[in-house]
Design a protein around this ligand. Structure first.
Ligand SMILES: C[S@@+](CC[C@H](N)C(=O)[O-])C[C@H]1O[C@@H](n2cnc3c(N)ncnc32)[C@H](O)[C@@H]1O
Length: 277
């Protein structure tokens, strides 16, 4: 198979400009190196000679745009990803929120195929709090949101999920929350009865509600610093005062211009608390 050449910066600029004008999605401030890798992958996968051919496909086949979005975004995720993070939620963060409330509102921003959401629901159920929770789960990728809603995963992917759940020290077994049919695992849908799965773009969309806890994990890692800063403003806006923000283990907000509006609650697990409006 002949592979495409690496896309040039000016070609990437032309592409992001085109996508913004035609589809109103803005990838201009995504981190350049990973964005470039994803575009190169699309060129090779669809056998486009160059970025011009990709633009022509986007122009002539609007239905291709959803595939393009799925290819641009990185959807890697796991249940109970970073088990010590989930332990911190279970032992400190959720009990702290519930000290002053009898309800809890949670936003999963960039929820991918939903493993993070099912983890949250399993954790809350084991804490006897699932019926007190209102959860919104969003992602820019419509296809991946549908996958999250369906809650059907490959049996193979469950190996990692089960290991994570064990390390998290869940009360039961992950198998208690799903059943296996033909090499696929079907999650128990009653877990996500109170979850609203929606498409939402963190770049173009605005904050739409207030939450006690916002998880935006392993999403901003694909944005440049300017965009991370803008998105962190929206996440801050979306939190009640004294609400909690959780980001990915390789992410940070200490350098951003609203860092002083948060305190660090758990530095290893990247959990912050909003202390100023
Ligand atoms: C690597 S996954 C992270 C999934 C999960 N939060 C976790 O930590 O396992 C990143 C997700 O961010 C989503 N994403 C990327 N850009 C986005 C944007 N502008 N708005 C909302 N979601 C976005 C992607 O579609 C992808 O599903």
């Amino acid at each position: 198979m002949s592979l495409s050449l690496d896309p040039e910066i000016n070609e990437l600029k032309q592409l992001t400009h085109y996508v913004k004008e035609k589809y109103d999605y803005d990838f201009k401030e995504y981190a350049m190196s990973s964005f470039k890798r994803r575009i190169k992958r699309i060129l090779d996968l669809y056998k486009f000679k160059d970025v011009d051919e990709l633009i022509t496909a986007l122009d002539t086949r609007e239905e291709f745009f959803e595939e393009f979005i799925s290819e641009i975004t990185v959807n890697v995720t796991e249940m109970f990803r970073d088990p010590t993070f989930w332990k911190a939620l279970k032992e400190h963060i959720i009990p702290n929120i519930m000290l002053n409330h009898n309800k809890i509102s949670i936003w999963h921003a960039g929820c991918s195929s939903g493993e993070e959401v099912y983890s949250m629901c399993i954790m809350l159920k084991e804490m006897g709090m699932l019926d007190k929770a209102k959860i919104v789960a969003t992602d820019i990728d419509r296809g991946i949101i549908q996958k999250a809603k369906n809650g059907v995963y490959s049996a193979k992917s469950m190996d990692t999920n089960k290991k994570n759940y064990l390390r998290y020290e869940g009360k039961f077994a992950l198998e208690d929350y799903c059943r296996e049919v033909n090499n696929e695992v079907l999650m128990d849908k009653s877990l996500v009865e109170n979850v609203s799965f929606r498409k939402h773009d963190l770049v173009q969309g605005s904050s739409f509600s207030k939450f006690d806890l916002v998880l935006c994990r392993n999403v901003m890692i694909y944005f440049n610093q300017t965009l991370q800063n803008k998105v962190l403003h929206k996440l801050h806006d979306s939190l009640f005062k004294y609400g909690y923000l959780a980001i990915g283990s390789k992410e940070s907000l200490i350098w951003c211009d609203i860092a002083h509006k948060f305190v660090v609650v758990n530095n290893e697990e990247k959990i912050y608390k909003k202390i100023k409006d």
